[in-house]
Design a binder for this molecule. Sequence first.
Ligand SMILES: [Zn+2]
Length: 265
Amino acid sequence: MMLTKPVIFENNGAMNGIEKLISLLESSRSAAAFTGAGVSTLSGIRDFRGAGGIYQDINPERMFDISWFTRDPHYYYRHAREYIYTIHTKEPSLVHQVLAELEHRGHLPGGVITQNIDCLHEKAGSRRVMELHGSICGHTCMECGNKGSYEDVLPAASQGEVPLCSRCRGVMKPDVVFFGDPLPQDVLELAYRSAASADLLLVLGSSLVVHPAASIPLSTLDHGGKIVIVNQTPTPLDDYAELRFHDLQRVFERIVRHFGMEGIH
Ligand SMILES: [Zn+2]
């Protein structure tokens, strides 16, 4: 890997960075996207870590810790009532919608690898979605393995109560990777494969600090692909990026205009 690639910033004047991004997208054959919390904050979902993140109000190490959950699932459901089980009221952001449309038009065959658990990529219509930290859309009984949907648990969860299995009255746990849970190896493998074979990886709204976030774009670089980073705050891979932008909304508004994506806003 080389550190000598030129980094073209949004406002460098010499070349319009967004035009360059569009031409990279149009000429790529195996592009994929990697998304983090910044994409969902555009949908009004609070970031777990950033400014105004929910981690300032609650103890996340307890809320999303599997041994705590096993001992006392009430703590999770009491806080998740407000932060998690309101997600059905949120709509996909501009970025979610554009990524789904790019995939639909064949510009994103590698799909979307995401750190987000809110199912908004699916809701926007993305078909190939790899959820590294699982998702809130499914729940599983801790006793018998019975599956339940978000809608199944909503009546209890929206009241801050622990939803129980319809079969055995066991505790339903969201299919989210908690601290202490293993990462889903099958998803991880698909994600690495997609990133490694991508000639272009769009890194969107992630500061690339949570494992395995940073290693996925590295896999693209290691195999000779390019990465483009759009994130408000610096990331450890900024120096390796072909292009680096800060404002997701602005970049994606330009993509919408260029591709004539009617109905996306
Ligand atoms: Zn059960």
